[in-house]
Design a protein around this ligand. Structure first.
Ligand SMILES: Cc1ncc(C[n+]2csc(CCOP(=O)(O)OP(=O)(O)O)c2C)c(N)n1
Ligand SMILES: [Mg+2]
Length: 295
């Protein structure tokens, strides 16, 4: 697809990113249903504003991204490589990791993903230690869900990141569920407060508002890059599609209501419809062409 001419970090550019993520992931669900994919897929449909807003605030030449099992959107926001991603999940040799990584093990340049919940916390902090030692000026951004915060590894990671003032940013994508378990049945206390006792700066934002996410991510990444130590960007959102495939036992009214507040609807309300329609058309054609070529 032709490279976007819209300024990075503008709502238009973030709309382009979100539309691409939505089109790719909708197609992945379709391909899964047709038995064309290897392994599983977890889509971030409904959570696109976090990927678009955060990644647009980073220095892509040096910053490092550590993603999780729901990482397609983070990957596409980072490099836009829809063909490499789709081919990867199809298990093809022309996938970004030659088809052996699949949906949850993506790597390209400074992007890494892994599906072990919490496992990327010590890894991210270790990379941040390396970047600090090298004085590269890079920050390390880890994406994780609300459920993952039940993993003890985070609290060792918070301790070391704060103690050693490391350039580490955790982006929490709180969609209210860990698979089919609602947050209230899994987590005690208040998740947004988890990192505060370590002296870590926490910013809270509406994760369905791409502009708000972007603004907060810029503020927090500037703070971390200045050497002030780690930070947490806590984003509230909602997963519109099933956890992975057909495994959805959430209340249907709750899901229907969430479709009225999702990030693409929200961005569309602020942008000219002709612009949004043209972007939607372009990404649909782009993704269809990729899939036809891979079929
Ligand atoms: C250590 C570990 N335990 C269990 C799983 C299985 N698992 C995959 S995703 C998931 C739920 C994750 O919830 P959350 O962190 O909120 O992310 P979300 O799926 O909501 O984006 C679970 C339990 C896993 N991948 N790793
Ligand atoms: Mg969750």
């Amino acid at each position: 697809m032709q490279k976007a001419l819209t300024p990075r970090g503008s709502l238009r550019a973030m709309y382009e990113t979100m539309a691409l993520i939505r089109a790719v992931e909708t197609s992945l669900l379709d391909l899964f249903g047709k038995g064309k994919l290897r392994g599983t897929v977890h889509t971030g449909i409904g959570q696109e504003a976090i990927a678009a807003g955060v990644v647009a605030a980073l220095d892509l030449d040096r910053d490092v991204i550590c993603s999780n099992h729901r990482g397609h959107g983070h990957y596409l926001a980072y490099c836009g490589d829809a063909k490499g991603l789709i081919a990867e999940i199809m298990g093809r040799p022309d996938g970004v990791c030659k088809g052996v990584g699949g949906s949850q093990h993506l790597h390209k340049k400074n992007f890494y993903s892994n599906g072990i919940l919490g496992g990327m916390a010590p890894v991210s902090v270790g990379i941040a230690m390396g970047e600090k030692t090298k004085r590269s000026g890079a920050i390390v951004v880890q994406f994780a869900g609300d459920g993952a915060l039940a993993e003890g590894a985070f609290y060792e990671a918070f301790n070391m990141a704060a103690l050693w003032t490391l350039p580490y940013m955790l982006v929490v994508e709180d969609n209210g569920y860990a698979q089919s378990t609602p947050k209230a049945l899994e987590q005690s206390g208040t998740l947004v407060d988890r990192a505060k006792p370590f002296g870590i700066r926490v910013m809270e934002v509406d994760g369905n508002d791409a502009e708000a996410v972007h603004e907060a991510a810029e503020t927090l990444s500037d703070h971390i890059r200045s050497g002030a130590g780690p930070g947490v960007l806590y984003c509230s959102t909602y997963r519109l599609a099933p956890h992975s495939k057909g495994d959805d036992i959430r209340d249907k009214t709750e899901i229907a209501d969430a479709w009225t507040r999702e990030p693409i609807v929200r961005a569309r309300a602020k942008l000219p419809p002709e612009f949004c329609d043209a972007v939607d058309q372009a990404v649909a054609t782009h993704v269809r062409d990729i899939i036809e070529a891979l079929a």
